[in-house]
Each structure stands twice: as C-alpha cells, then as structure tokens.
Design a protein around this ligand. Structure first.
Ligand code: GH3
Ligand code: MG
Ligand code: MG
Ligand code: MG
Length: 332
C-alpha cells in the first residue's frame, strides 16, 4: 500500500458517464483542495487507476459497456489497485443494490442526487481510514523487522554461549577436556558411584622426561607432542561415558565410571602401548628411544573409606611408583 506524503495533494479519480455529474463533482473536489482526474467509462477507469494510483475513486454504477460493479471487482482483484478506497455514486436507493456494491468490494455508497457536503465528508472518512491502514501496515512491517532482528540476536547469543561452553571445557592445545571439566565430572561421577555403589576407576598418565624433550626439540615441538599423546589416549578410550582430560602440564587423566580396577589396568596398558607405538623420537629419554608414558591406576567401589581427594592421591602414588620403577609402565 502506497502512502502519499501529507503535503502532496490527494488525488481522486471520478468515474461517471454523465458529463454534468463529472463537472459538478470535480469542481467541488478541486475547491476542497484535491487533485481530480475524470474519466467517462469503466475501461478508462481501470487504466488510470493502475497508472495514477489515486487515493480514492468515486464510481458511478450505471454506465454503458462496463458497469461500476464490474469495475470495482476488477480493481479489487488487482494487487496494484486493491487498496484504493472506492465510493459508489448511484441513483439507485434499493438496499439490494447497496448490498451488492459492498459485496463486490466497495467501501461506501452515496445516492444521487447527492449533497456536496455529504460527498465531502464521506471522502474525508475514507481517506482517513486509508491513512490509518497505511500506518498500520508500516507499523506491522516495523514490528516484523524487530521480531526478525531479535530472533537473529537470540540465535547469535545461543551460538556464542555454545562457543563459550566449549572454550570453558576444552583444552586449547590438546583439544581434549580441560582440568576444569575433569573436576566437574569427577565430582559428579564420585557422587553417582556413591549413590549406586558402583565401581569407579582413574588413570593418571605422565609423559616421561618431557622437560628434556622440550630442551632438545623446543617448546613448539613439545606442544605438538602433547597434542599427539592426547589424541592417542583418546583413541584408546572408546566408551562415551569415559573421560580423557588434560590434568595439567604433561599429565593426563582418564576417568572411568562403572569400571572395575582390573579393566582400568588393562586399558592403562593399552594406552601405554599406544603412545609407545607412536614412536615419537626422544634421544634424551633415559629409559627408551622415544616418548613414553608412566601410568598410575586407582579403582574403588565407592562408599569405601576414602574421599575423592584421597582417591586421586592413590592414583598419584601409583604414578610416582611407576616413575621410580623405571618409567614407561603401569602401576596399580
Ligand atoms: P618425569 O619423567 O619425571 O615426568 O620428567 P619430566 O621432565 O617429564 O618432568 P618435569 O615435571 O620435570 O617436567 C615437565 C615438563 O613439561 C616441564 C614443562 O616445561 C613441560 N610442559 C608442561 N606443560 C607444557 C606445555 O604445555 N607445552 C610444552 N611444550 N611443555 C610443557
Ligand atoms: Mg451513469
Ligand atoms: Mg609431570
Ligand atoms: Mg613428566
């Protein structure tokens, strides 16, 4: 729907096959400040309405060739002209004719002979209604834009939130879970295993002689090595409920819910072997020719006498022993 700026004259198209009617109406409307176009038949009315987009149409009903009802129906069926208000002007006083006029889309109905004051006030009414409709349509479009914008912002926020979650729980160097996430999960699994009296196991892994690896190859190569070791451990630990996390520096932890210690021990050996088989050259290792892991394993059936810090300390103690006994090994 088009709205004309207020300062521009509103245009009225007058359609009547009788010249004297046309003259009377157009004189009055011009005096009231409207811009007036006059046409004498329906066919011309359709053409001018489309081309001029008048603000209102005064439409005679009884005309040769095409009557006002037909003209009105065609105008209302056309996307380009359907919103132009139409006021019928007819000699017929019959209610049925008036009903027909409204049924085919007319907005108002004036009977002939007409009073100029009545025509004037009915035109003003229809123009005011149309202005309100235009305003509403524009406000609606604004609201729809606003809603769309809010939805975009919301989905952007959702994405950012997910990214934040990842940033908060994933270690940026090794792309596995970070210490923070491990602490959260350890707490949760500890409670769960206490509740269900189920077993829970832990494996602590520490890279052997990693300081000298850094010293020999440089810090960047050290970082690459940590990434590869983390990925290797993750490949061995396959159950979705298990968690591999970077515990700190060159230490990794594997949390194994509902896992008896014997199975954890087997898994730890697989991890040791997998990393050994990476065959990452380490000329300064005192135990072998390559990067290796020492692993400490601890397992409990929860509700035992330990708390979770003591449980971690047991795994740490086992890891210490693995180091003491020569590294590149698993100790329970
Ligand atoms: P051990 O066999 O007894 O574990 O000897 P180690 O040299 O591995 O142990 P130590 O604790 O003396 O050294 C660990 C080294 O790991 C020291 C530190 O510079 C290195 N390190 C810790 N975090 C990172 C890291 O993010 N990147 C690199 N490149 N090195 C790291
Ligand atoms: Mg007529
Ligand atoms: Mg260490
Ligand atoms: Mg180490």
């Amino acid at each position: 729907m088009k709205a004309k700026p207020k300062l521009i004259q509103e245009e009225i198209l007058v359609v009547d096959d009788q010249r004297d009617n046309l003259l009377l109406l157009s004189t009055m409307l011009t005096m009231e400040g409207y811009q007036v176009r006059e046409v004498v038949n329906g066919k011309l009315a359709l053409q001018v309405a489309k081309a001029d987009q008048p603000d209102l149409i005064l439409l005679d009903i009884n005309m040769p060739e095409m009557n006002g009802y037909e003209v009105c129906q065609l105008l209302k069926a056309d996307q380009e002209t359907k919103d132009i208000p139409i006021i019928f002007i007819s000699a017929s006083h019959y209610a049925l004719d008036k009903v027909k006029a409204f049924n085919c889309g007319g907005n108002d109905y004036i009977t002939k002979p007409f009073q100029l004051e009545e025509v004037s006030v009915r035109i003003k009414n229809q123009l005011a209604i149309r202005r309100l409709q235009v305003e509403l349509t524009e406000k609606n479009a604004c609201l729809e834009n606003e809603i769309r914008h809010r939805q975009e912002v919301e989905s952007e926020l959702l994405k950012l939130n997910q990214q934040l979650k990842v940033l908060a729980t994933v270690d940026s160097l090794t792309k596995i879970a970070n210490r923070y996430y491990f602490d959260e999960m350890f707490e949760r699994e500890w409670r769960q295993s206490n509740r269900e009296k189920s077993s829970l196991s832990l494996i602590l892994c520490d890279v052997d002689f990693f300081k000298s690896y850094n010293d020999y190859f440089g810090h960047q190569a050290g970082d690459d090595c940590l990434y590869q070791v983390a990925q290797a451990i993750s490949e061995v630990v396959k159950r979705p409920m298990d968690l591999v996390a970077r515990y700190g520096g060159e230490e990794f932890v594997v949390l194994l819910p509902q896992t008896p210690v014997a199975s954890a021990l087997e898994l730890a050996e697989k991890i040791r072997y997998k990393v050994y088989k990476l065959n990452l050259h380490h000329p300064l290792s005192a135990t072998s020719d390559r990067v290796s892991l020492s692993l400490g394993v601890a397992g409990i059936v929860a509700s035992s006498q330990y708390n979770k810090e003591q449980f971690l300390a047991i795994a740490d103690q086992a890891l210490y022993q693995a180091k003491q006994l020569g590294r590149n090994r698993v100790i329970l």
